[in-house]
Design a binder for this molecule. Sequence first.
Ligand SMILES: Nc1ncnc2c1ncn2[C@@H]1O[C@H](COP(=O)(O)OP(=O)(O)OP(=O)(O)O)[C@@H](O)[C@H]1O
Length: 342
Amino acid sequence: MATLQVNNVHSSYQNNVVLKGLDLTVEKGEIVALLGPSGCGKTTLLRAIAGLQSISAGEIRINGKAVVSDKEFIASEKRGIGMIFQDYALFPHLTVAENILFGVKLAGKTNKAAKLDNMLALVKLDGLGGRYPHELSGGQQQRVSIARALAYEPEVLLLDEPFSNIDAKVRREMMLEIRNILKSHNISAVFVTHSKDEAFVFADKLALFNQGKIAQCGDAECLYLRPQDKYVADFLGASNYLEATVIAAKRVSTLIGDIDSEQQLKAEIGSDVELLLRPQQLQIASSESGTGEVIERRFLGSICQYLVSIGNKTLDIHSEYLDIKIGEKVAITTTPHSLVLL
Ligand SMILES: Nc1ncnc2c1ncn2[C@@H]1O[C@H](COP(=O)(O)OP(=O)(O)OP(=O)(O)O)[C@@H](O)[C@H]1O
């Protein structure tokens, strides 16, 4: 049974409809990112799951039990939810130990002490139980907020932009560390972010929002390599679109020549479509008779980014050939893959 099910949820602020019929499933132990630009409704959904935002239609279930529907409303503190906020929300006048044990219902000092030791070890803060939040770094405070949320043994952990206050240099390491903690305890989590890079590192599954709806949900590879529309394609990374005509079950004709697909195309022979090509799915090589011309070049380390003009198009190409100069004529080819037609 899925840990969390969101079925056809609608929600509004006054007359402003913010969630317009959302469906989402989070399996046991799965980490799902709610991803999308500012104002698309990610936090509203997180708050609705937590019981802090009302819904006007639909239902939310945790471990099969409705926590909100047209007939039910279970209070926030009874939903088995742990929350981690962007600003950590620690109690400043309580020590690390007191923060972590706040709200933990365990009988006996020994049990509480064991729980505390366990949690401190889990988030690598052994020996720091007596400190106050202001005596810790941002990353350490974030770890206390995680320990506090986990001490309560939630069914679902909700994280609202938890990494945005962490120094960019340590952010990735911190994300992997927390991901490992969640994975090793098989904790289901929903994580709000507007950063696809954070979603790629932290989540198993991405739910990409577009104006109160989920445009596409799936793992990062699926959304990046098989986006169902341009909104998804563009949000996940740089894209080139080429006008193309399907000329066989696995072949299209384009400005840069005929291109073969590794898999059968999802369009009829003869139809006009747009072909999505990621910058690294295109390659260039110097060629006197080439039809493209390099108009910009940016060295990025192991690859070079070239802007190549061909016909009335400019293509963004990441090539492993590093020595091509601006103004050179180039032949453009594609690396073999399953073509995406939009
Ligand atoms: N308390 C509120 N009262 C009225 N409107 C609100 C309120 N909170 C959010 N909204 C509106 O609801 C919409 C969705 O907001 P929400 O915070 O869910 O977006 P978000 O995707 O989480 O954005 P961000 O990434 O900026 O946090 C926005 O248009 C916002 O202006």
